[in-house]
Design a protein around this ligand. Structure first.
Ligand SMILES: Nc1ncnc2c1ncn2[C@@H]1O[C@H](COP(=O)(O)OP(=O)(O)OP(=O)(O)O)[C@@H](O)[C@H]1O
Length: 227
């Protein structure tokens, strides 16, 4: 599903942000990528979304080699990967329903599909009753649920989450993680970047740890070791 082969990424100055990483993530896996600030986690997400090009190495996602992808295919590729971020990134002046429906409108889904699919996915994240609320009327956890619904509405094979609980309290963070686990159980491959130790240790999933752009451990049912 996701394969990196000898991937490095250097910015203009300093050490490589990603330094000769090779890894494989199978279809249906749930993986945490952990590491201190500056270890390269966000760079990895950007490489997977083809927002950045690697300095060297090969990245394959869903059978496609990203470096060979035609420019005009990139938007479609990105829409096939669900993404959520720490800061939710919702449209402030649109309600919950519209925030989610928007992801379908941009790919020109017919109205009847949108009217069916949006309530379905809002039910999945537990927000069916708040479909008319604006983002500012929601708690942080609810806003992240909307972001998740938006990421899932087009049924992506892969969900990338960059520090999805970074702005949330511990209880809400656990709820969001349980939701990610459920999404994974329904077949989506999930990759979560975080430095939330408690969450990682509670979930007992595969844990890939980065330090200065290098994989220092990769464990099934892992824990987040002290650095
Ligand atoms: N646009 C950029 N230009 C130059 N250097 C960058 C750029 N983005 C990131 N870096 C550097 O690359 C390294 C890895 O950064 P990255 O953002 O991937 O780390 P991270 O693990 O996601 O950190 P955090 O947990 O703080 O988000 C850092 O040394 C950072 O300073």
């Amino acid at each position: 599903m996701i394969t990196l082969d000898g991937v490095s990424k250097s910015y203009e100055r300093g050490q490589p942000a990603i330094d000769n990483i090779s890894l494989h993530i199978d279809e249906g896996e749930f993986v945490f990528v952990v590491g201190n600030s500056g270890s390269g986690k966000s760079t990895l997400i950007k490489l997977l979304l083809k927002e950045l090009e690697p300095t060297s190495g090969i990245i394959k996602v869903n059978g496609q080699t990203l470096s060979k992808m035609k420019r005009r295919k990139i938007p479609k590729y990105r829409r096939g990967v669900g993404v959520v971020f720490q800061d939710f990134r919702l449209l402030k002046d649109r309600n919950v329903y519209e925030n989610v429906a928007f992801a379908q409108r941009v790919i020109e889904k017919p109205g009847r599909v949108i009217r069916k699919r949006v309530p379905e996915v809002l039910t999945l994240v537990g927000l069916a009753e708040k479909y008319r609320s604006l983002p500012r009327e929601l708690s942080g956890g609810e806003q992240q649920r909307v972001a998740l619904a938006r990421a899932l509405v087009n049924r992506p094979d892969i969900l990338l989450a960059d520090e999805p609980t970074g702005n949330l309290d511990p209880k809400t963070s656990t709820e969001i993680m349980k939701l990610l686990e459920e999404i994974n159980a329904r077949g989506t491959t999930v990759l979560v970047v975080t430095h939330n130790r408690e969450i990682v240790n509670a979930m007992k999933k595969r844990v890939i740890r980065l330090r200065k752009g290098v994989i220092v451990s990769d464990e099934e049912k892992g824990i987040y070791h002290e650095d």
